[in-house]
Design a protein around this ligand. Structure first.
Ligand code: AMP
Ligand code: MG
Length: 705
């Protein structure tokens, strides 16, 4: 049997342009956009000219070839023309011969200046009547290239390719000019792709004209195919063209390798085909959790809200945040702690075959009370042996733990319960039918969902996945969490502190918490209380270094609270006044599309707010399912009188079956954090707690750390 085709390591999607001049310097619509999806991350780039775009493609192709990787590149223009066109202009029905002819005729300079209308006119002259190409600026029109489609007649070619008859909105490739036309893009695009064919030779193939078994495969795509999915995922300030290539790259990158390979082999081999047409549901499913950019107003609070209860704040975060990371396949062995991006189905039942749970002797049927003797067959069955011949009725076989039950065996007696002599076993019944055996699939049935997307994989999960024949799983890329400290008084841990200065304690703590939560901590250092410095640091970090940023300090509404001031200035911040102790207002905002959690500076409040709010929010952004902290009701080992109206968290630990709390509730006491092994959570209502009363203890592990 042929080896299955390896999948693609990179998926590139290109939104092409037929512009006759370089596109605007600032990224804009109707220019060339390229999205590259690899390793679970998709990056987009903007290109002012076709020459520049092709250079970028070549860089990606060269890198892939060097690394022994495969790359799929999709382009949003027709790769072919209605049947019959090639025969006339290229003397062949082979679409790739037509590509050569086109490339010979088209001139397309580095600055986008090109002769596409002349080439179309020249092709038109080879047909009777007028057409098939039409559309050009007023001054360039003549009898051979009309400005109106209705002026065409008698050229004898179909208006659409087969594939375009399936999509009402697709424009015919004959139309070269004005809204929505793709004709010019095809002429200029095919010419450029022919250049790539010449450059990459046998390492490149064009779908569906050639067998897509090369390292580089080119295919035609049609972004509108996933229009609603793109719209749902378009960022608040994102240019539509960018969103299109980004989402399509995510979609194709998420399709299973064999399904994608099959798609590349479909369609009309003369006229070309749109990759994935008719499989929109597969592409949509592949998008699954692909990141939906967060909206700039995602932290807005309804007006007039005063102190928000903790549960309300959590419900709001839960509703507003979604995964912001892509996905990738990893080997099960490398998947510990990663978050599943898709449900995992058992490829094999567990156990795959009925087998014995003990070392002993197998035979058919149970036996009643009293003494029994069964003669032994000569063979025995060890784990891993394949049962072939049946054990004859009325005989028994020696069988070892884990060995599959051979035909003729459905019951096993423990070896300690028998005596063996003269080629027979003797034992005293009763023994019931099926004793000491495991049924095939009694643990997991083949095809069952064993683990659901959103699960952070444990060591036990790796055992389960391995047992049911799963070698690779789709996981989310790890969330990169930037950690930034703010305050004029801070010096980095280990540095010399002058009087009045303190060491930055929050940064190492927050970095550690992030790592324990399974994310990637990114050290963004420490900035003084200076708005310009803070702005510069956030600018550098947002997106490029971090998917989300945690700051500590400066989050309140005071004169020195620059974090909240800056985010407010950016128009995307809400000061969440949450009814929680310890904790001051949480500043939640968006900085260039990246969520920023402005935590209190106080280390105790910073840690509590991180565990209570940032933890679940980060998990959700990392693609994990929302999970409330798991606590236990235990007897209090302390006395406490608590006011109504806010939830309180006390540093606590379990000793002798009771929760004891740290001697001081002072929120500057870092030593208490270190002393504690969890938190006692006291409800929002007033409470009088005496020793022995039940209180909720949440060990650090209950917060996922
Ligand atoms: P702020 O929220 O900036 O008003 O800070 C509140 C308190 O926390 C002040 O006493 C700060 O000195 C202290 N603080 C702020 N950031 C840190 C940090 N990174 N490490 C230790 N203490 C800090
Ligand atoms: Mg400060």
């Amino acid at each position: 049997m042929a080896e299955p085709m390896p999948g693609f390591d990179k998926v590139i999607i290109v939104d092409w342009s037929a512009s006759k001049t370089p596109s605007r310097v600032t990224p804009s619509a109707d220019a060339i956009w390229i999205a590259v999806a690899e390793n679970g991350t998709t990056t987009c780039s903007y290109h002012r000219t076709r020459a520049d775009a092709v250079q970028t493609l070549c860089r990606h192709f060269d890198a892939a070839l060097d690394a022994g990787q495969r790359v799929l590149a999709g382009f949003d223009f027709p790769f072919g023309y209605p049947a019959g066109f090639g025969r006339v202009v290229a003397g062949s029905d082979d679409p790739l011969v037509l590509w050569e002819t086109l490339a010979d005729r088209i001139e397309d300079a580095d600055n986008n200046a090109n002769n596409r209308f002349d080439v179309a006119r020249m092709f038109n002259r080879q047909f009777p009547g007028v057409g098939p190409f039409w559309g050009c600026p007023e001054g360039l029109a003549d009898d051979d290239l009309p400005t109106k489609g209705t002026a065409r007649h008698g050229h004898g070619l179909p208006e659409r390719r087969q594939v375009e008859t399936r999509i009402a909105s697709a424009q015919p490739c004959w139309k070269l000019f004005t809204t929505g036309s793709v004709g010019s893009q095809a002429l200029l695009g095919i010419a450029r792709l022919q250049g790539l064919r010449a450059r990459y030779g046998a390492t490149l193939s064009v779908s569906p004209f050639e067998v897509p078994d090369t390292p580089i495969v080119l295919a035609e795509i049609y972004p509108s195919m996933l229009a609603p999915d793109v719209a749902a995922r378009q960022g608040p300030d994102e240019i539509k063209d960018r969103a299109q290539v980004r989402v399509l790259a995510d979609a194709f990158a998420g399709v299973a390798p064999d399904a994608l390979d099959a798609m590349l082999r479909e369609g009309d081999r003369t006229e070309g085909w749109i990759l994935g047409l008719g499989h929109e549901d597969v592409l949509r499913a592949a998008l699954g959790d692909a990141p939906v950019p967060l909206r700039n107003d995602c932290f807005a609070l309804p007006p007039g809200v005063d102190w928000t209860p903790v549960d309300t704040a959590l419900a709001d975060l839960r509703a507003r945040l979604g995964p912001v990371v892509g996905q990738a396949d990893v080997a099960v062995a490398d998947a510990l702690g990663r978050v599943l991006a898709r449900d995992v189905v058992a490829r094999r039942a567990h156990p795959p075959l009925a087998n014995t749970a003990v070392d002993g002797y197998g035979f058919m049927n149970g036996r009643g009370p009293g003494p029994h003797q069964i003669s032994l067959v000569a063979a025995d069955m060890a784990a891993g042996a394949v049962p072939d011949t049946a054990v004859p009725a009325g005989t028994a076989i020696r069988i070892l733990t884990g060995a599959a039950l051979p035909p003729g065996v459905d019951t096993v007696i423990l070896q300690e319960d028998v005596s063996v002599a003269d080629g027979a076993i003797r034992f005293v019944g009763p023994i019931r039918q099926g004793a000491n055996t495991r049924k095939a699939g009694e643990d997991v049935q083949e095809g069952a969902v064993v683990l659901s997307r959103g699960r952070r994989l444990t060591a036990a999960d790796l055992a389960l996945l391995s047992a049911v024949g799963v070698a690779e799983v789709a996981v989310h890329a790890q969330l990169r969490v930037g950690v930034l400290s703010t305050g004029d008084e801070l010096v980095p841990a280990g540095a010399v502190a002058r009087p009045g200065q303190i060491h930055d304690a929050n940064r190492p703590m927050l970095m550690g918490l992030i790592a324990q939560m399974g994310h990637v901590p990114v050290d963004l250092g420490c900035v003084p209380d200076d708005r310009a410095a803070l702005r510069a640091r956030l600018d550098a970090a947002a997106g490029a270094q971090a998917d989300v940023i945690l700051t500590s300090g400066g989050a309140s509404a005071g004169d020195h609270d620059h974090v909240s001031a800056l985010l407010t200035e950016a128009g995307a911040m809400a000061l969440w006044r949450i009814a929680i102790k310890p904790g001051r207002p949480l500043a939640l905002g968006m900085w260039q599309g990246v969520p920023v959690f402005g935590l209190p500076g106080n280390p105790v409040a910073a840690m509590v707010c991180t565990l209570v709010f940032a933890g679940p929010a980060l998990a959700q952004m990392a693609g994990a399912a929302w999970r409330a902290p798991q606590g236990f009701d235990v007897p209090a080992g302390f006395t406490k009188s608590k006011k109504a109206g806010r939830r309180e968290y006390l540093r606590a630990r379990m000793r002798d079956g009771r929760a004891e709390v740290f001697a001081s509730e002072g929120s500057g006491r870092i030593s208490g954090l270190s002393w504690a092994e969890g938190l006692v959570e006291l409800p929002d209502a007033a409470a009088e707690i005496a020793p022995g009363d039940p209180v909720r203890f949440i060990p650090w592990g209950g917060f996922g750390i």
